[in-house]
Design a binder for this molecule. Sequence first.
Ligand SMILES: Nc1ncnc2c1ncn2[C@@H]1O[C@H](COP(=O)(O)OP(=O)(O)OP(=O)(O)O)[C@@H](O)[C@H]1O
Ligand SMILES: N[C@@H](CCO)C(=O)O
Length: 312
Amino acid sequence: MAKVLKGVQVFAPATVANLVCGFDVLGMALQQPQDVMTMRLREEPGIGISHADGYDLPVEPEKNVAGASLLALLEEYPEKAGFEIIIDKKIKPGSGLGSSAASSAGAVVGANYLLGNPFTKEDLVRFAMNGEKVASGVKHADNIAPCIYGGVTLIQSIFPLNIVQLTAPPMYVTVVHPQIEVRTSDARQILRKEVQLKAAIKQWGNIAGLVAGFLKNDYDLIGRSLEDVIIEPVRSILIPGFDDVKKKSKDAGALGGGISGSGPSIFMLSKEEYVAKGVEDVMIDVYTRLGIEFKTYVTMVNYEGAKVQVIS
Ligand SMILES: Nc1ncnc2c1ncn2[C@@H]1O[C@H](COP(=O)(O)OP(=O)(O)OP(=O)(O)O)[C@@H](O)[C@H]1O
Ligand SMILES: N[C@@H](CCO)C(=O)O
């Protein structure tokens, strides 16, 4: 058994990628749920992974997204280092709530702390994108960036990486996670490779409107811009109850919402807590009628991102 040294606990939040119209470029961190990871530096180089949950995820560093992200970090670290990591997932894999990103981002945030913070946040996003490549076959940062920076982030470019942290007004986020698994890799494969100009114009109007709405604290503009004419019509077919949840949530006063990441979770934004709770009732009603198991969360935007706590 490797000898272990100083340790930390990392709390890595769930994230909503895309924010409806911003496929691969927008994301938001949530206060709940959060993965918990216990990490220690060890004397021997390399990465030891174990699990404190029942998800049976890989322990080989190159197959686990946390390990793949740490390997990328170690490649740029000038000295030899090694980590022991225990992953306790509270965000179910394949949920559309950034489960893979929470492990990838949480691992590099913890490692950076243990090494004395040699890397910038942007470096950490770059390392953690290697985990997303393992999970979905492509590097994308719209879950990773909000998980590390907190709040709402815009990925203006991936190569070269350019992350813009946006301000956003306080918002309640109601989430329903129907207990079916949609793998991001599958949900990406079904997308059309080409887009009609008319649809593109609508979409970039909405992305610009959403970003402006966040910056101006304009809830009406945020609501009007939460529309996706490219990805949602294709992916929503994979999610039973989607149209019903969306329509009834808006009738209940939500600003708007849609598929969280690649699904199957659905999220809705609300200005007031009582509306967010009414939206939860709508979600419970739809999935109870459908006879599909589900989990709901009423939470808020998380402005801090992944947090580190030192343990003895
Ligand atoms: N530590 C880990 N945490 C979560 N998933 C992992 C981990 N290591 C490997 N995986 C694999 O990554 C895949 C889950 O990632 P995927 O991107 O499909 O789900 P998600 O992160 O919940 O969704 P989204 O990115 O849309 O929010 C599964 O195939 C899982 O086995
Ligand atoms: N932008 C990605 C997020 C999923 O993790 C997608 O929608 O495929």
